[in-house]
Write a protein that binds this ligand. Structure first.
Ligand code: FAD
Length: 429
């Protein structure tokens, strides 16, 4: 009873600035920045506000290559002030409360932002703390690493280099994840690295995944089974990491199909993909999120099911696509067009087909470029069978995609490869 007014006084006396805008974009990552860049080309200066606390903007798809020692962390980020569109106003703060009925949000610093339209682009957060022992192990155990955080990603290559013998284990959690291919890409890179450095015969390479399949799209799953069989990688499905004991160098897994059944593995190397969720501010907001905590949008239009002036893009959206930056690129044009139509009183018509792509790096010069839609059917850009390991796809991931992200997608000019696909398939796809 007493705390509420006190808390309010503290927040308001700190800052309590009131802002208003035509479009508020919460989260200036891959999806939020791409749409904000498009919006600033048609709206007036500062009619778009971007709310994001991060000083650095990471191109996260590079984390796989950083983990593999191909690039240093400095290659993966730019400062947010240099990435976000000039004509948008950036408020460097976190959203603390979302009030869609009154079209306003409150920031952690106590500011109020009123908006006409809202774009939710908060991404997914990593929950390392949900696995007992994991945070301690990441900080103290020389064999535990994770590509999923800028804090730990550079440790992965150190662990690979220091590996002598024993189990090298790679995990996939029992939660939605961003880039569902990334947990196994680092497994393939490690296997290749150990082979090239004469240590492969001393290593048991194990991929323990919570999923019932190695990959959600059959065409690429068939190709990946050939890769793991050919390279003697043990794959255990429905096997979920529940605890790490750094003192004993043990990782404990549960069998998701047999409740209560656990298996303890000793490890020399443990690469963990942590459980993930949407940020609590969205997940706990019952007006905006669905039962799993994702922004509750129509999967075609990406417009909120209850609030027509709210849209979502990227990893925090309930649209049932694979969560990748490539998906956010394809969504950006749909969100932009539909948001502008809603703003101008026109019918919202543009549809997202669920396109996502995942460059499945299988070695230091090999990659299977998976591209698919909502129905988990291949939707390939190139007029060749993409279920093969190819050096060209690896070079595309390594050399072509980063500049495409920074120079085209972040500037609002890249909507995914749909146009290129049509041209390369002579209009037939
Ligand atoms: C290891 C790894 C490998 C990957 N590989 C690939 C790949 O090969 N290809 C691919 O396409 N994708 C890949 N991805 C996935 C890709 O990076 C994400 O899908 C993409 O970044 C999603 O974009 P987003 O805008 O939804 O979220 P993000 O880009 O994560 O941006 C979210 C933004 O929200 C902000 N935010 C968070 N909380 C708040 C808050 N409370 N208030 C305000 N702002 C907030 C954050 O600061 C951040 O800037 C990979 C990701 C990882 C981690």
């Amino acid at each position: 009873m007493f705390l509420r007014p006190l808390q309010y006084v503290t927040l308001t006396s700190n800052r309590s600035v009131h802002h208003s805008c035509r479009v508020l974009v919460i989260g200036g990552g891959a999806g939020g920045c791409a749409v904000a860049a498009k919006l600033t080309k048609v709206l007036k200066k500062n009619e778009v506000i971007i709310l994001d606390p991060s000083e650095k903007h990471f191109y996260q798809p590079l984390f796989t290559l950083i983990g593999g020692g191909i690039y240093g962390l400095e290659k993966s980020f730019k400062f947010q002030k240099d990435v976000l569109p000039e004509d948008a106003k950036w408020i460097q703060d976190k959203v603390q409360q979302l009030s869609p009925k009154s079209n306003e949000v409150i920031t952690a610093g106590g500011d109020t932002i009123k908006y006409d339209f809202l774009l939710l682009a908060l991404g997914l957060e990593t929950n390392y703390e949900k696995i007992p022992g994991l945070l301690e192990a990441l900080q103290t155990d020389s064999g535990v690493c994770s590509n999923y955080s800028d804090k730990y990603v550079e440790k992965t290559f150190k662990v690979m280099k220091n590996f002598d013998s024993g189990n090298a284990i790679f995990t996939y959690p029992d939660s939605p994840v961003k880039c569902p291919g990334a947990p196994q890409k680092i497994c393939y890179l490690t296997e290749d690295y150990l082979r090239k450095n004469g240590k492969r015969d001393k290593a048991n390479i194990i991929y323990n995944s919570s999923l019932p399949v190695i990959f959600g799209v059959k065409k690429y799953a068939d190709a990946l089974w050939k890769v793991v069989e050919g390279r003697n990688i043990e794959v255990n499905l429905r096997t979920n990491l529940i605890e790490v004991k750094p003192d004993k160098k043990e990782a404990i897994f549960e069998n998701l199909d047999k409740p209560g059944e656990k298996k303890v593995y000793e490890f020399s190397m443990l690469h963990v993909t942590p459980p993930m969720s949407t940020p609590a501010v969205l997940r706990t907001n019952k007006e905006l999120s669905n039962s799993t905590g994702f922004a509750d949008v129509n999967p075609d239009s990406l417009q909120h099911v209850n609030f027509p002036n709210v849209f979502a893009i990227g990893d925090c959206s309930s649209s049932p696509n694979s969560k990748t930056a490539a998906a956010a690129a394809a969504q950006s044009v749909v969100v932009f067009k539909n948001l502008m139509d809603e703003m101008n009183g026109r019918k919202v018509t543009k549809k997202y087909d669920g396109y996502a792509s995942c460059p499945l790096v299988t070695g230091y010069n090999k990659c299977i470029l998976a591209e698919f839609d909502y129905k988990l059917q291949p939707l390939e850009t190139f007029p060749i069978d993409q279920d093969k390991e190819m050096i060209s796809m690896y070079l595309m991931k390594k050399l072509f995609m980063p500049p495409l992200y920074w120079n085209l997608m972040m500037k609002g000019y890249w909507n995914g490869p749909a146009v290129m696909r049509k041209i390369l398939h002579l209009g037939f796809k």
